[in-house]
Design a protein around this ligand. Structure first.
Ligand SMILES: Nc1nc2c(c(=O)[nH]1)N[C@H]1C(S)=C(S)[C@@H](COP(=O)(O)OP(=O)(O)OC[C@H]3O[C@@H](n4cnc5c(=O)[nH]c(N)nc54)[C@H](O)[C@@H]3O)O[C@H]1N2
Ligand SMILES: Nc1nc2c(c(=O)[nH]1)N[C@H]1C(S)=C(S)[C@@H](COP(=O)(O)OP(=O)(O)OC[C@H]3O[C@@H](n4cnc5c(=O)[nH]c(N)nc54)[C@H](O)[C@@H]3O)O[C@H]1N2
Ligand code: SF4
Ligand SMILES: [Mo]
Length: 742
């Protein structure tokens, strides 16, 4: 059977609506209440920003459809994207500014006007700034088209303490790629004949265009290997699934390099011309044999030889995919470095079907008054503790340690934008402790998430369908400029983040940093494009139509952005900073007797902890159950659906068991993003378990990226059957967040 591009991921929800209207040449400045028509925009429910068409009828969004010719999303709009309508019409969404009146977390709120809520925040921030300095305010956020206004606000306020999501996500991957190639390349999966995926669950953890390219590549007969301790959907569509022991992938990668060099299958001419440190690499991998790797990884040695042989015989159209979420182990950057090295010696660099530097389309820039550098040093001491980490992104886990110790100063306020740290930062107990240190916690979100529920003020941002965002130039092999424009006017009293920041800045005497509006911003950005804003609004995106360009770096004298100007197999920067310049394998910790390695996984239907309150998605989606191998289930004498307690040194959770041989016998896996504690989410509240309650505070040694696969859990049977309905949950109670009063 051939797979069509959308067959796996494009769940169709709400397809009863049929629309034939042409694209409205809408004046999107102010949409009339009864607006009807189609508007091209971009999804905002995960990192991907898929191109989509909103079908609006009489001021109501009726249907969201994919833009078929979008160069990044390539006609995909996933189940979440389809169900995005519910984001707007969720009765639990944040509708008005809310100020806490009870104790933190008690759920007693009063509705406030914007002026009242922002004055309240401004007064508190001023008081804290005067007493402890601007550095005592922490600003944490996750990517999004309006995030830049939040970090700009932090700078204007004078705090060095911004902490961003990459330090929970891809900091290690980016660091490894950057310190090898001088850039973070993309993978031409559509044209690669042979691809090794380690984890990287592309058919559930969706990334565009990679998910679609992978499906198209598969349909074209390409060979895919998936190393994963779980038999994921991606593994089920691969040619070969290799259930690897968690935390040992570096051994596999080193053995692959060993084979390539020993059997002279690397690209000699390329290595000589473009890379640095090959001899040291060859000596380094001498003892990393397939036999040794088999012992470490639990993969049969014949399988390692087979993958090696097939990988080498498909060169240069073979790639080892880098993955995105690198928050796995304490040695993650070194694992990703080994992947980079495989791709650097293979000859696949900057070729069709290979590993290619991404392009980006230039945008004009709104020139704004730049804030001064903050006077204080960062609290997490990134400069000294993680000299190669991104200073603006910070290091979440060590930042929290410093905050708990008040070292070298206290944090007294926490501003949060588009983030749910109680779910997404490992070890929630420590996060609660950090919250106790705060005199003010503010969450700018679209729902009362777990963290917002524990805050002092919740500020409702307008959703991605109700606001116009700054343009974003999305890098890729086929780059695109994405316009997100509102398709309806903001509901209730919600507002775009820019307007929130602007008004708050005004109240803090920082107005000069926000003396612009979104229209001026867009006008400045569009200046560099060959089309004007009206045309862009009609098209929804701009692409230069040049398609994929290969080989720009493959020329005499090309200088890579590394210390030596070459692709660094041996990293001179790592050497200089005291890190292993070539990746050295370290064994994962021994599993304590009676314990299991805890893994958390994504579900295709949810984005982290974001969409579990979406009625449509909850109706069709996977529920939070502990995936346990039959061998382990037998050992503990537990049956399907029984309730168990999972206990780690940091906490315990309760959830039903799903017994399956699709998970490695050493592993317990729970889906990420469940177990919400916020009673403001009537559908998601108390469903399943929250991974952050079990995880400790491990981090990658080089980037400080959280390491989420270093934890063990014990199973304690409850001897009760889980009685709650597993699927198709309906909203039982409805907590109207706008109506919660003290
Ligand atoms: N539907 C959906 N899509 C998403 C997201 C979402 O929340 N929902 N989030 C987006 C974001 S921000 C990110 S970062 C990406 C993440 O996408 P990925 O980088 O693919 O990360 P995970 O989904 O966490 O995939 C981890 C996979 O690795 C496996 N694994 C765990 N430990 C090991 C190990 O030691 N070795 C090997 N070989 N495999 C291991 C797990 O079983 C799991 O299947 O997804 C993006 N796409
Ligand atoms: N246990 C475990 N922890 C993890 C991971 C894991 O796999 N397992 N994955 C890690 C990874 S890769 C990442 S990237 C992080 C993600 O961590 P987070 O960014 O905290 O992810 P979410 O849980 O999706 O929380 C996002 C919040 O943004 C809100 N939001 C959505 N759209 C808007 C908007 O337009 N405006 C505003 N203001 N708010 C909005 C949502 O309602 C939600 O509350 O989590 C990390 N943490
Ligand atoms: S939620 Fe789905 S449709 Fe929306 S951006 Fe992410 S992958 Fe694309
Ligand atoms: Mo992520």
């Amino acid at each position: 059977m051939k797979l069509g591009s959308c067959s796996v991921v494009g769940a169709i929800i709400g397809s009863q609506f049929k629309f034939t209207s042409a694209f409205a040449e809408s004046d999107i400045k102010d949409l009339p209440d009864n607006f009807s028509g189609d508007i091209r925009t971009h999804c905002g429910l995960c990192v991907n920003k898929c191109g989509m068409i909103a079908r609006v009828n009489n001021g109501t969004i009726r249907k969201l459809d994919p833009i078929l010719d979008h160069p990044k999303s390539k006609g995909m709009l996933c189940a979440k994207g389809n169900a995005g309508i519910q984001t707007v019409y969720d009765p639990d969404r944040l509708k008005y500014p809310m100020i806490r009146v009870g104790k933190r977390g008690e759920g007693k709120w009063r509705r406030a006007t914007w002026d009242e809520a922002l004055t309240y925040i401004a007064d508190k921030l001023t008081e804290i700034k005067e007493k402890y300095g601007p550095e005592s305010v922490l600003f944490s956020s996750t990517e999004g088209f309006q995030e830049e206004y939040f970090t700009h606000f932090a700078e204007a306020f004078g705090s060095p303490n911004t902490v961003r999501h990459p330090t929970l996500c891809l900091a290690s991957v980016n660091n490894a790629m950057f310190n090898t190639f001088g850039t973070v390349p993309h993978f031409d999966l559509k044209n690669s004949d042979y691809v090794i995926f380690a984890g990287s669950n592309r058919l559930e953890s969706l990334l565009t265009p990679d998910t679609i390219d992978m499906i198209d590549g598969k349909a074209a007969g390409h060979y895919h290997v998936v190393l994963d301790p779980r038999f994921t959907v991606t593994a089920s569509k691969a040619n070969l699934w290799v259930p690897i022991k968690p935390g040992t992938d570096l051994a596999f990668a080193l053995a692959l390099i060993h084979m390539m060099i020993k059997e002279n299958k690397y690209d000699k001419a390329f290595v000589e011309k473009y890379t640095h440190g090959f001899d040291k690499l060859a000596a380094h991998v001498k003892d990393y044999t397939p036999e040794w790797a088999a012992h470490e990884t639990g993969i049969p040695v014949e399988t390692i030889y087979k993958v090696g042989k097939d990988f080498m015989s498909s060169l240069p159209r073979s790639v080892f995919y880098s993955g995105r979420r690198g928050s796995w182990t304490e040695n993650d950057t070194q694992f990703r470095r080994a992947i980079a090295i495989v791709n650097a010696i293979s000859g696949a660099w900057d070729r069709e079907g290979g590993v290619v530097p991404a392009r980006k389309i230039g945008l004009g820039e709104m020139l704004i008054f730049p804030p001064d550098e903050p006077e204080a040093e960062r609290i997490d001491n990134v400069k000294n503790e993680f000299p190669l980490a991104n200073r603006r992104d910070g290091v979440y886990l060590t930042l929290r340690e410093h905050a708990l110790r008040e070292d070298p100063y206290p944090l007294k306020a926490w501003m949060i934008y588009k983030q749910n740290p109680l779910q997404s930062v490992p070890n929630s107990q420590k996060t609660y402790e950090m919250m106790k240190k705060m005199e003010l916690i503010v969450s700018i979100d679209i729902i009362p998430n777990d963290t917002a529920w524990e805050s002092d003020v919740m500020l409702p941002e307008a959703t991605y369908l109700e606001r116009t965002d700054p343009l974003h130039s999305l890098a890729g092999l086929e780059p695109v400029v994405a316009l997100r424009q509102k398709v309806i006017e903001p509901m209730y009293e919600t507002r775009p983040n820019l307007d929130i920041m602007k008004d708050l800045a005004g109240k803090l005497d920082l107005g000069e940093y926000f003396d612009f509006d979104i229209d001026q911003w867009l006008d400045a950005q569009v200046e560099e494009l060959p089309i004007d804003l009206d045309e862009l609004k009609r098209r929804g995106f701009y692409s230069d139509d040049k398609g994929k360009i290969f080989g720009k770096t493959l020329k005499e004298g090309y200088r890579f952005r590394t210390k030596t100007g070459k692709i660094e197999l041996f990293s001179e920067r790592f050497a200089e900073k005291g890190y292993d310049p070539l990746p050295i394998y370290t064994k994962p910790k021994n599993i304590p007797s009676g314990s299991y390695i805890l893994l958390t996984a994504r579900c295709a239907n949810y984005t982290h902890s974001s969409l579990q309150n979406n009625e449509w998605l909850m109706a069709v989606g996977m529920h939070s159950m502990a995936h346990v191998n039959p061998i382990a289930a037998k050992k503990h004498d537990i049956g399907m659906g029984e309730t168990i307690i999972l206990r780690s040194p940091y906490g315990e959770v309760e959830l039903p068991v799903y017994i399956t041989d699709r998970v490695h016998e050493d592993v317990i896996c729970i889906p990420h993003g469940f177990g919400h504690t916020s009673k403001g989410l009537s559908l998601a509240y108390n469903k399943g378990a929250r991974g952050s309650d079990l995880l400790g505070s491990y981090h990658d040694k080089i980037t400080g990226n959280a390491a989420m696969h270093e934890d063990f859990v014990q199973i304690i049977p409850k001897r009760t059957l889980h009685t709650e309905k597993i699927q198709g949950d309906k909203r039982k109670t409805r907590v109207e967040s706008g109506g919660i009063t003290g």
